[in-house]
Design a protein around this ligand. Sequence first.
Ligand code: AMP
Length: 544
Amino acid sequence: MHGLMMDDALLISNLIEYAADYHGDREIVSRTVEGPIHRYTYSQASQRSKQLANALEALNIKLGDRVATIAWNGYRHFELYYGISGMGGVCHTINPRLFPEQLIYIINHAEDKLVFLDLTFVPLLEALQDKLPKVEGYVIMTDAAHMPDTALKNVMCYEDLIAAQSDTYSWPQLDERSAAAMCYTSGTTGNPKGALYSNRSTVLHTMFVCGTDIFGVSGKMTILPAVPMFHVYAWGFPYAATMVGAKLVFPGAAYDGASMYELLDTEQVTATAGVPTIWLMLLDYLKKEGKTLPHLEMAGIGGAATPLSMIEAFEDDHGVRVHHAWGMTELSPVGTTARLNPRVEALPTSERRKYQVKQGRAVHGVKMKIIDDAGNELPRDGVAFGELAVRGPWVISEYFGDPDASASQFTGDGWFLTGDVATLDSEGHMQIVDRSKDVIKSGGEWISSIDLENTAVGHEGVAEAAVIGLPHPKWDERPLMIVVRADGSDPSPQEILDYLSDKVAKWWLPDDVVFIDELPHTATGKIAKIPLREQFKDHQFSTA
Ligand code: AMP
């Protein structure tokens, strides 16, 4: 017997419709690519999303057609989130930091019909367009006054495109399972893989991410999503803020410490979220300039492990509570947040922080377990570690048009294999040990490169650290630590090893510490280990 309740669809268009009706006057502030700060309201965003939807229909975009965006965080990108998905298209956000071959692969594989791009990316698309036979036109996200001279074919100006359209539009009542958006992974090996989100998965993700014990998103907040909108929905904040009526502040293309501080300060931002690299730049700037963050209350940090020293700096120096989170493109993206139960919350600060550095507990809806190589579930004792497998209503059920990738990353009984190696403790706190391909196998035991890196950045002379395993005649592999020195510091390898010696197991201590000016990063800001392995493949350990 079914319940006797209405099956009203969960649709992305309902979010913006609701925002216009219930908090239409709340502000959306954007640092524009053109330069000035732009301000308007949810009500205006809703009207312009409708004009955009009319324009897309006029351009013959039909249900399920993919429409690409290559853009920074800003109000026009926000309108595209709603206009494309709302009218039944698929909003395909593309990470411009991927290699050109990967961009070509993605746009062709998704069969994008239109590409909306910020001014910044005009030269990039000009160089690629001859290899993109399916793209019918390019829309530059600016006004007529800023339109560049461009070799792009079938080029349109965003403001002219929507100005020609009415702001009267009835959002179609789509099937909630219809595709709404997509994002490709930034895999370091092989081709990127596409996650295709539905209206239903997106709205459910939004509702759960808002929860008080997850990110606690509230209409009283001013939120600056510092994670790019081209990477997994900026962790869902553009939807979450719309649902509750929070003021939104978009940083445009400027992520350096000074620019971030300026917006956080002038707009009195109370909540933000981003990857550790962004916060390293900000914290460094604040320290040098002797500035503080009096308005900011919460920082969500994820995408890579949050070091203890970062949690200490935010909380002790600036009174900002850190919420560590873990997620993936394949999970829309949020899977866990380090929300603490009352027992852990009441622990002395140093004990509490041992839980904050863990990636956290599953958001209701996401089920997780750790398994061994044979697929057997491992105990939740905080010690045993194995591959993390997940399932849930906002986890992909397969990759878009990629049966081979799908075949290798799902168990036969419906679990997605994350490729992360993790522990789970008895209260559900998950801790990532490593990506399965980065873990270092020494004498039959595993060494976590993440733990070593995060401990090393606690040393004041270390700006960033990467650890890779190199072949060793006796132990199979031993760790090499590669360090970027903090400005004005000159620590010796021995000083760093001494610092680590009472913080990690003795046999985890790197066999060597070497220095480098800059570490390579992936398109999503994670340390890229493949080029490091290549660069240091002939390194001889002094202790070997
Ligand atoms: P992406 O799909 O690009 O968002 O990358 C997802 C991957 O980033 C995960 O599978 C993890 O390996 C890593 N990751 C995300 N959040 C964290 C975190 N809080 N700590 C450690 N690794 C993380």
